[in-house]
Each structure stands twice: as C-alpha cells, then as structure tokens.
Design a protein around this ligand. Structure first.
Ligand SMILES: O=C(O)CCC(=O)C(=O)O
Ligand SMILES: [Fe+2]
Length: 352
C-alpha cells in the first residue's frame, strides 16, 4: 500500500493518519501503536511510513475515527506511547506506480530462517565461522588493497568481476583463491544439495565492504558468468537481504502470506512483484542455488536501521561480505530462460 500527503492546499480528510515521533526506533511496537490509537476507533493496520522507524501510518476503518484521533493526539503527549508529543496529519492512498514498480515502503516482514521464505535453493547457516575466524578474515582483507567504487569498496580474487559488463573474463585469471579462505571452502559441504564435488570448486571471490546505510541494487548474478552455487558470508555487521521475483498474476500462489506484492494495482495484466526478506546476521553463510540463484533478484536495502520482528537493528559501521562463485565456461543452460542471458540474448536482467 502506498500513502502520500493530501495535495497541497486541500483539506482532504481520510481514514489514514500519518503519525511522526512514534515507531520502533523510539521504543513503540506496532502493537503498542495499534492499542494507543484503538481508543478512538477501529484500527485496521499500522504501517511504516518510511525507513526512519519514527513515522507510521495508522489506518482506521472510518474517516470519523481518524478525525477524532487527530483532534485528540496531534501536538499532545501520548501517555500510552512513552509520553512523547505526536505530530499527526491526514494521509491518503497514493497512486500506484508504473508497471512493475515496487513499493519500497510497503512493510515487509523480515524472516529469520531461509526455510520460511519458501524460495527453492535458498539456505542460510548461522555461525558458519567463529568470532575468532571472523576477526582473522577481516584482518586478512584489511591488510590488502581495496578498490573503491562510488559507495563501497571491493576486492576480487581468482577472477576480476567487471561491473561494466557484469561478467568476468575467464581468460584472465588472477590466481588461486587466497589461503585465508581455504578452511571456509572446506565447510561448504554442510549445505544441502552440495554433493557434486565439481560444483564446489569455487574459483572467484568478491569481497564487498558496505559502509553503514549502503546496500546493493536488485540484481540476479549474470547466469553466463557464474555456475549455479553462489555463497555469501556476512562479517562485521548484519543486514537484511530482500528477494524479488516478477511473475504473471495468474502464477501467484493462492496463499501469499509472508510476501508483499504490488497488489492493489489497477492493471491486473501487469506482472506482480513478490518480495521476501531475510535477516543476515554476521558470521552467517547464505547459499543461493537453483531458483533462488537463477530466478530471484537479491537486493540489500540502503538502510541504516533494519526492522526485524518489530525490533530496530542498527547496521554496524560496516558489513563485509565474501561472495564465492565458480566462473562458468560456456553458456548457461538453466531452467529459467526468461531470466537467462544465455538463452534470451536480447534481455538484460542483471542490475548490480
Ligand atoms: O553482499 C552480499 O552478501 C551480496 C553480494 C552480491 O550479491 C554480489 O556481489 O553479487
Ligand atoms: Fe549478487
């Protein structure tokens, strides 16, 4: 659902209230907010208004209930919400966006376990490395030169990942993966579906260092560049990773709980975007394989604070990820041709 200010100069009333100085970042759970506003009528939902954690949209079932709440609470301290003074105004349902546009503000429940996301081929193992190993890995990369991109720093081992082509040049090998990751690579067999030894002969490593608040645009790693297993180790700080899949509305499962879609769009023929999110704690290893690797975009929102189970989790001053992949020689022959640069050559689907 999208909300916006009523047009300037209008006194448009509605059943939706924008409330500032209230939210998880200042200690209010959505249940607390719902309870406090229920005093004035039936509250049908409370949503994050933006990524701040201090601004919410409270939805009533009627305009009259919203009017009473606005009158009673605007500019007054609210005893049930820590005695803070609230700023309340009307909000209205916004226009839905262009074809396939994703509503970045729609609240999306962040899940803790990969199995809850129900994306085939997605796995997360927590505490994949110990705190001591984490420190050693960070020290090893910090002792080596970083390349600066516009918002983050990177290092490449094995093969250089080229951001202009979103690919590697398989003829130009930098060398073996560094010794300091060899014990990590030996543990990858802990993941399900990794019995094929050749698929685990990973030869490309990209280390990304994200400063606080920096994320990564939605993308699918180019099919023709890498084989089917992509592992990503999170170090130094947490983040959330969102997954997006564009599918025709006819293909949407009936039960779409734990998913946010761009439903509500007028045009029922346009593709729907299904979004799911997972929390990646430091020292966890993520595996993208099968459908998760080939058909879902992955994305790290550009947030300083992530909301996980109503709790505000601050990103650290940095997150460092180690992404391990195997360079593909030849073209990709996956079962997801609509997302594959080898099988539909006219289509660009990668957007790192
Ligand atoms: O930082 C991460 O965990 C993911 C990095 C990534 O998706 C990539 O380099 O393609
Ligand atoms: Fe990626």
């Amino acid at each position: 659902m999208r909300f916006r200010r009523p047009p300037a100069g209008t006194q448009q009333r509605s059943q939706y209230l924008f409330v500032a100085n209230c939210g998880p970042s200042v200690g209010d759970s959505y249940a607390d907010i719902q309870a406090a506003f229920s005093k004035f009528g039936v509250v049908t939902g409370v949503h994050a208004a933006d990524d701040s954690g201090t601004r919410v949209i409270v939805c009533y079932d009627s305009e009259s209930a919203a009017a009473v709440a606005l009158e009673e609470l605007n500019g007054r301290s609210c005893a049930n919400l820590g005695g803070r003074s609230l700023h309340v105004r009307y909000s209205v349902r916004g226009e839905e966006g262009s074809r396939c546009q994703v509503d970045g503000n729609a609240s999306l429940r962040v899940l803790m376990d990969a199995s809850e996301l129900n994306i085939p081929g997605l796995y997360l193992l927590r505490d994949f490395v110990t705190c001591a190993e984490e420190e050693e890995l960070l020290a090893a990369v910090d002792a080596r030169p970083w390349d600066s991109l516009s918002k983050r720093r990177v290092q490449h081992y094995g093969y250089e990942f080229r951001y202009d082509t979103r690919n590697v040049d398989p003829r130009w090998r930098l060398g073996e993966l560094p010794e300091f990751v060899s014990h990590i690579l030996q543990r990858l067999r802990l993941f399900p579906g990794t019995d094929n030894a050749a698929a685990l002969e990973l030869d490309q490593l990209t280390v990304n260092e994200y400063p606080r608040g920096v994320g990564l645009s939605p993308h699918i790693d180019t099919h023709s560049a890498f084989e089917g297993f992509i592992f990503s180790l999170s170090l130094a700080g947490p983040c959330i990773m969102e997954f997006r899949k564009y599918m025709s509305r006819a293909c949407l499962p009936r039960n779409i709980s734990n998913m946010a879609t761009n439903e509500g769009k007028e045009d029922n023929r346009s593709p729907a975007v299904v979004r799911k999110a997972i929390y990646l704690p430091p020292r966890s290893m993520l595996l993208l394989s099968g459908e998760a690797r080939y058909a879902w975009q992955h994305y790290i929102p550009h947030h300083k604070i992530d909301f996980v189970m109503d709790e505000a989790i601050k990103r650290n001053s940095r997150r460092v990820s180690f992404t391990f992949r195997k360079v593909r020689i030849g073209s990709c022959n996956c079962s997801f041709p609509q997302h594959c640069d080898s099988q539909i050559l006219t289509r660009g689907n990668d957007d790192t």
